[in-house]
Design a binder for this molecule. Structure first.
Ligand code: GAR
Length: 217
């Protein structure tokens, strides 16, 4: 089996990265993680990558003096050097721009801790608590030029429970994210996410759905 080569971009602890690493260790998983890139040198996810024997690269913004296009162009070059075909943002807390998106057209995935289009941007879990919603969740979507606006691939839901605070709700959503992201990445490299006349069409394999139901606890 030829496995799709994926670059994972992170900024932090990398628990979603770990879920992708664990999935990619399964013999039948059709993707391998070719490189992990962080915009923060201290990101724990870089250590997770090294422990898994995956090239781990710190790509800081400082030397680009605020030139976002130059940063993204260098990032695209780095990913190409590692033979990357798909890019997975996993808690990468920078907006990615045209220089990266044009290098990987409709091949950049993101995971977001809310049911988009509700609660885009930062602190989605706190936004959900403040809004008083009873159900929230996580979304895997293709990245476009907006902030968390791209076509939705897969969503799952969790309840907001009485007494929840940000950390409790975030932990519940993260457990869901760890189920969603490997599934969506598998669909991506299997060619199940296609753009037809400008519209993204996702065709899950038999027995799989475009949603995960409300996962309690
Ligand atoms: C995850 O909850 C992810 O959905 C979120 O950052 C966290 C990263 O956790 N991403 C965003 O909010 C992007 N808008 P992790 O480093 O443990 O995977």
């Amino acid at each position: 089996m030829t496995r799709g080569r994926v670059g994972v971009l992170i900024s932090g602890s990398g628990t979603n990265l770990q879920a992708l690493i664990d999935a990619s260790r399964e013999a039948t998983f059709p993707a391998e993680i070719a490189v992990v890139v962080s915009d923060r040198s201290a990101a724990l996810g870089l250590e997770r990558a090294r422990l898994a024997g995956i090239p781990a690269v710190f790509h800081g913004a400082r030397s680009f003096a605020g030139d976002r296009d130059a940063y993204d162009a260098a990032l695209a070059g780095l990913l190409h050097e590692h033979g990357v075909e798909w890019v997975a943002l996993a808690g990468f807390l920078r907006l990615v721009g045209s220089a990266l998106l044009d290098a990987f057209p409709w091949r950049v995935l993101n995971i977001h801790p809310a049911l988009l289009p509700s609660f885009p941007g930062l602190h989605a879990q706190e936004q959900a608590l403040a809004a008083g919603v009873r159900i929230t969740g996580a979304t895997v979507h293709l990245v476009d030029r907006g902030c968390d606006t791209g076509p939705i691939v897969l969503q799952g839901a969790v309840p907001v429970l009485p007494g929840d605070d940000g950390p409790a709700l975030s932990a519940r959503i993260l457990r869901l994210e760890h189920q969603l992201y490997p599934r969506a990445l598998r669909w991506a490299v299997e060619g199940r996410i296609q753009v037809v006349d400008g519209t993204v069409v996702v065709t899950p394999p038999p027995g799989e759905d475009l949603t995960l139901g409300v996962v309690a606890g």
